[in-house]
Every structure is written in structure tokens, then in C-alpha cells.
Design a binder for this molecule. Structure first.
Ligand code: 6R9
Length: 660
């Protein structure tokens, strides 16, 4: 490998050669403190995966009943991990820390947008979670009942998740930025029994109501008849309609409950949560994770990628509505007995330094955010972060989308003062936790690369036949062996799980290979460079959106005949959304209609799905078999020449019309 800081400064990922060694001081005390130590762990895992995972599961988790087997892969791609064992995620995150001095350690620090803040020790958090668990039980919620959370970033969101896990009621967290319609779809798909929400939250210095969206989801278009109860946290204290019998205030129902509630022993493969994510076809799919495997994976990955220490103050800026919030705000940190920070706000014109203020105030040692946020900070310049004391930081992380080397270098320099390793972590909702990432004490980093797979993760770059690709050849990112945190199925649609993830690529030996949907390459050092999605998923500011979802939202508008949605590169958001729309006869596309269509998509899905640009056209470029040629639209959307084969185009004049 070339030497550390003397490499060329070309910003192209393909020519990136800079290499940064882990800080010596960090390596000296790290759990995994050298590349050799990392490689030794990998070899151990590869030699006998069952022994590797089995030992870790026994050592790192509490078991009510020990498991009989590690991996049952007799019915691929449906894996069973740690069969025969019983455990509880809420117990692992709380109860087991209460025996010693950790009981009085801070578990959760919460910072509200208006400047209010709260903190909970492990003992206090345990009590709050027990009360919430008893409240859920009082509503008749029990083992196996799905509970939806539709919440702002308030402590009750984490408390509710842990309470659900405690009583064995799987949760389905729906991002608070999704619309009433999107919420209803998820409530219906999951046959959800209760919804936990809040009257609202604070955004950009204003209270923003949330409960009306729940009311709308439950009332309009037939509602979601399975929902019996709504539990409402009072956050903004404005007017809030409450339906008698159905709606209950959190403070009225939860506060008076007993602070003792034993954790339900759950079978390893009992459903822990469902989390919806966008795929290339159809509606968002409910990714199902189960108890023991997910717990182990969130726990281990958190420990490995941040080399967690007892005095760390860890802050992940994600929302609990996404998998990153599940695994690295709530479950990974708490399972390890760490201190985790949760922030309701975001940088905003009145407070561009909001993030740095949180770091300074709470002396955060680990900061985990998304490339889109880093690019926005870069744009507004280093003067803002330079005003804050961020000397407490020791590790920086990024997740959600590929990070360009320029943003990586800025992050390392301006936020980390060239002291803190940057861990670029590649993973997905489906993988439960991080899969490919540097270990801060072991892995030399290269700007823009998520570096090497974690021990036990058989990541590979393959072609469509599952054949490993040579160094520097592009291909598909795949995983050759099951791992504990893998999703188990698509809620209600096991065939979709099989088809979309495990049968997309079929190797000649008929082995099962997990297809991630990302394009990537591996360099001569074995480092992975993820390029982005190869399917019809657009990654807007780290949020996954299916083009199909946005298209169906558009065509549900009365004026729209047909729509095709593509992504185009965006300096800040990674990708922007461009929609090509044909209108019903006699309709005219003007600015008013564009505004109307954008609002319509916002209502159907949520503001993050609103197209950046809508182009009206008389027809869309299609193949003779009627397939929309997205490749052409993608080129047009990003202002590039349409190259490659256009001979399958049914009507060439369509292309000429689109060009003007
Ligand atoms: C955790 C999360 C998953 C998709 C994934 C990929 C992209 C995530 C990345 C990355 C390059 C990274 N992605 N991390 N691409 N480098 N470090 O984001 O889950 O919302 O399911 O998105 O995000 O395209 O396939 P999810």
C-alpha cells in the first residue's frame, strides 16, 4: 500500500490512494488493535463459523435458556439462528447492567430542539421501560402483537421500543416524516394493534403537530381497522384531539404503572421488529428481524466499529425511524452498557452549529452521521464548526450513502482535526447492522472506501452468475454466508424475500448468495468501494425511495396519465428526484400543476419523496415490449448525452422531443 499522507490529492474515487493509519494511541488500547488481529478473527470465523458465532452469542448476551444450535440453514434462504435459546433484547439492554456500578451510569442523554434536555441512568431507564411495558399490557398488548411507533425524537421513542421488546410485542417504527397515507399502508400491512405517537415535535424552532396524521390514517380511506389503541406522548402541548376509548395520554397511562415488569423470555427466532424499506418493485417491504441474531449483531458491530469504551459518549444523528436509529441510537449502545445521545433537532438557519453545540455540551466522543449532512456542512464552511470545542471527539462515523473523498477529508480535518479515524460503514436495513467498515484501531482507511468486511462477513464482488470478480473490476455486492443480523423474511411475503435477495444471483453450484442491490468494486488491497444502487432505488440524503413508489403516487393524481421517475446526481443530497410525466388529454402542464404534483407526492409518501424537478412530456421512451427506458431518462435528467444502444426504442421521435 502507498504511504499515508503523501499520496496524490486527486478527488476521483478511482484514483484515490491516500491511506491513513489508525492513531497509534487508539490502536494500543483497542479491542482489535492491528490488521493482524483483525485477520486472525476473520480466519477464526471462516474456519468454523458456528463456533465463532456460538462463542460470541454465549459470551455477549444473556440467555434465559441456552441455545441448542447456532445456525440452521437447512431451508435456505430462511435462516434460524440460536434455536432452542430464549433471551430478551430489553433485558440485555437494561436489566443486566443493573447489578453493578453501571446501574447509575447515564444510559440516555436526550437533547430537545428548544434546548430542554433530560438524562436517564440505566436504573431510571429500566424503570421507565417497565412502566411503559405495564401500560401496554394494560391495553391488552401482549406477545406477538405488532405495535407501530410514529414519533418525533423524544426519549419515549426509545422507551417504547424497549418496552415492546420487553413484552415480546414486535414494533414497527414508521418515520415521523412519512405521511398519513404511508402510515396507513404500514398499519394495514402489519395488522398493527396499537400506535404510539406524540401530539407533535419541534422542527425549525416551531412546534409541528403529528397526531393529526395518525387520526387521518385511522379515519380516511377505510382507516386501519386492526388498530385498537393510540398512546400519545405530550410533547408540544398544543390542541390535540383525543378519541374517547381509543386514544390515551402517555403521562396518564404510563406514569402511574409499576416500575417492575419482568422481561418476557423470547425464543431466538421470535419476531423482534418490522421496518419498512423501499425496494425496486411494488410497495415498501416490511423487513423482519428476529430477537437473538439481531441483538447479537447490533451489539457486536457497535462494539467493533466504535471500539466502545466505558466512558464513551456516543451520538448517532439518525432518526429512530430508520435502521441506523434502531441499531446505533438504541439497541447497540444500550446492549453494550454505553451512553447514547438522542437529539430532537437538526442544524437550521437560527442555529447552524446545532450539532457542534451538542458535541461540545455533552462532550461526545463518537459522532456518527450521514455524508449528506457532511456535504451540507462543507458548503456552509468551516467557520461554524471552528467556533466549538470538539476536542472530546475520538471517532467519526458515516453511513447511508457513498461518501466522496472530498467530504471524507473535510470531515476528518475540520470535525476530527485529523486526530479521529473516520469509519465509513456500509450496511442496510436488511443486514441489521454494519457489514463492511474499518475497525478504528486496526484498519488503515482510504477516503471514500468502507474498507474491509467485518469478521465473519463473507462479502464479495460478483457478476450475475455469482462469479467473484478480479481486483478493480466492478460488480455486484453480495454476501456468501448467512450472518446473525440478516433479515429473516419480508413481512407477509416470504417469496419476495427469496426472489429479491437470494435468487437474483444464482451461482453454478446453486449455493445461496445475498444480493444487496449495490454496485461496488474491490481494489488490490481488498478494500470495498461502494458505488450505489443498481436497482430502481434512489438514495436521497441517505433515505431510500423506490422509483415505483413515487411513480404510483404521481399516477394517483387525476391529471397524470403516466410517470417515470429517475435519480440524478446531486451535490448535497447524493441523488435528486426527477419525474417525467405525461398528462391526461386536454391537461396542461404549468407551474401550478408542478406545485400541485409535488404536494400530492408529499401527501402520499412524505416530503422527502417530492420530486426536485417535474418534466412534462407527450410520451415516455419505451422499448417495443413497453418497458420504460430509464437509462435514457437518467441521462436526460442529469443533462448528459444519451449514449449506448437506443435501437430498442419503439419510437425515436420521443427521444428527440425529450431533448428539447
Ligand atoms: C444503513 C442504511 C441501504 C443502502 C445501501 C447503499 C447505501 C449505506 C453506505 C451506503 C455506500 C456506505 N449505503 N451505507 N453506500 N457507503 N457507507 O443506510 O440502510 O436505509 O436500508 O440503505 O444505503 O446503497 O444499499 P438503508
Amino acid at each position: 500500500m502507498p504511504d499515508a499522507t503523501t499520496g496524490p490529492t486527486i478527488e476521483s474515487v478511482l484514483q484515490e490512494q491516500r491511506l491513513f493509519a489508525p492513531p497509534a494511541e487508539l490502536a494500543a488500547s483497542a479491542r482489535i488493535g492491528s490488521l493482524d488481529a483483525y485477520r486472525a478473527l476473520c480466519s477464526k470465523a471462516d474456519l468454523d463459523p458456528d463456533a465463532f458465532w456460538g462463542d460470541l452469542a454465549r459470551r455477549e448476551l444473556h440467555w434465559f435458556e441456552p441455545f441448542d444450535s447456532v445456525l440452521d440453514w437447512s431451508d435456505p434462504p430462511f435462516a434460524k439462528w440460536f434455536a432452542g435459546g430464549t433471551t430478551n433484547l430489553s433485558f440485555n439492554c437494561l436489566d443486566r447492567h443493573l447489578a453493578g456500578p453501571r446501574a447509575d451510569k447515564t444510559a440516555l442523554i436526550w437533547e430537545g430542539e428548544p434546548g430542554d434536555s433530560l438524562s436517564f441512568t440505566y436504573r431510571q431507564l429500566h424503570a421507565e421501560v417497565c412502566k411503559a411495558s405495564n401500560a401496554l399490557k394494560a391495553l391488552g398488548i401482549g406477545k406477538g402483537d405488532l405495535v407501530a411507533l410514529y414519533m418525533p425524537m423524544v426519549p419515549e421513542a426509545a422507551i417504547a421500543m424497549l418496552a415492546c421488546a420487553r413484552i415480546g410485542a414486535p414494533h414497527s417504527v414508521v418515520f415521523g416524516g412519512f405521511s398519513a397515507d404511508a402510515l396507513r399502508d404500514r398499519l394495514i400491512d402489519g395488522q398493527v394493534k396499537a400506535v404510539i405517537t406524540a401530539d407533535g415535535g419541534f422542527r425549525k424552532d416551531k412546534p409541528v403537530p403529528l397526531k393529526p396524521a395518525v387520526d387521518e390514517a385511522l379515519a380516511a380511506n377505510g382507516g386501519a381497522p386492526s388498530v385498537e389503541h393510540v398512546l400519545v406522548v405530550q410533547r408540544i402541548k398544543g390542541d390535540c384531539a383525543m378519541a374517547t376509548g381509543r386514544d390515551h395520554w402517555w403521562h396518564e397511562l404510563v406514569d402511574g404503572q409499576s416500575a417492575e415488569c419482568p422481561a418476557e423470555p423470547m425464543a431466538s427466532e421470535d419476531r423482534l421488529f418490522v421496518l419498512y424499506t423501499s425496494g425496486s418493485t411494488g410497495k415498501p417491504k416490511g423487513v423482519v428481524h428476529t430477537t437473538a441474531g439481531y441483538n447479537l449483531w447490533a451489539h457486536l458491530t457497535f462494539q467493533w466499529i466504535f471500539d466502545i469504551r466505558d466512558d464513551d459518549i456516543h451520538w448517532c444523528t439518525a432518526d429512530v425511524g430508520w435502521i441506523t436509529g434502531h441499531s446505533y441510537i438504541v439497541y447497540g449502545p444500550l446492549s453494550n452498557g454505553a451512553t447514547t445521545v438522542m437529539y430532537e433537532g437538526a442544524p437550521r438557519p437560527s442555529k447552524p452549529g446545532a450539532f457542534w453545540e451538542v458535541i461540545q455540551k455533552h462532550r461526545c466522543t463518537i459522532f456518527y452521521t450521514a455524508p449528506t449532512a457532511i456535504r451540507a456542512f462543507m458548503k456552509s464552511g468551516r467557520a461554524v464548526p471552528d467556533q466549538y470545542d470538539m476536542s472530546s471527539l475520538r471517532i467519526l462515523g458515516t453511513v447511508g450513502e457513498p461518501i466522496n473523498p472530498e467530504a471524507w477529508m473535510w470531515y476528518r480535518d475540520v470535525i476530527g482535526h485529523n486526530r479521529c479515524p473516520v469509519v465509513d460503514t456500509w450496511w442496510q436495513t436488511e443486514t441489521g447492522g454494519v457489514m463492511i467498515s474499518p475497525l478504528p484501531g486496526a484498519t488503515p482507511t482510504k477516503p471514500g472506501s468502507c474498507t474491509l468486511p467485518l469478521p465473519g462477513i463473507a462479502a464479495d464482488i460478483v457478476d450475475m452468475d455469482g462469479v467473484s470478480q478480479p481486483a478493480d473490476a466492478g460488480g455486484y455486492l453480495a454476501v456468501r454466508r448467512p450472518w446473525p443480523g440478516m433479515m429473516r423474511t419480508v413481512h407477509g411475503d416470504p417469496e419476495r424475500f427469496r426472489r429479491s435477495y437470494w435468487e437474483e444471483i444464482r451461482p453454478a453450484d446453486a449455493s445461496y448468495l445475498y444480493f444487496a442491490g449495490d454496485g461496488a468494486r474491490r481494489d488490490a488491497d481488498g478494500y470495498f468501494w461502494v458505488m450505489g444502487r443498481v436497482d430502481d432505488v434512489i438514495n436521497v440524503s441517505g433515505h431510500r425511495l423506490g422509483t415505483m413508489e413515487i411513480e404510483s403516487a404521481l399516477v394517483s393524481h387525476p391529471t397524470v396519465a403516466e410517470a417515470a421517475v429517475v435519480g440524478r446526481p446531486d451535490d448535497l443530497k447524493g441523488e435528486g428526484i426527477v419525474a417525467f410525466v405525461t398528462l391526461e388529454a386536454g391537461r396542461c402542464g404549468d407551474d401550478a400543476l408542478i406545485a400541485d404534483l409535488r404536494a400530492h407526492v408529499g401527501k402520499e409518501i412524505g416530503p422527502i419523496a417530492k420530486p426536485d424537478e417535474i418534466r412534462f412530456t407527450d410520451s415516455l421512451p419505451k422499448t417495443r415490449s413497453g418497458k420504460i427506458m430509464r437509462r435514457i431518462l437518467r441521462a436526460l435528467a442529469s443533462g448528459q448525452e444519451v449514449t449506448g444502444d437506443t435501437s430498442t426504442l419503439e419510437d425515436r421521435s420521443v427521444l428527440d422531443a425529450l431533448r428539447v
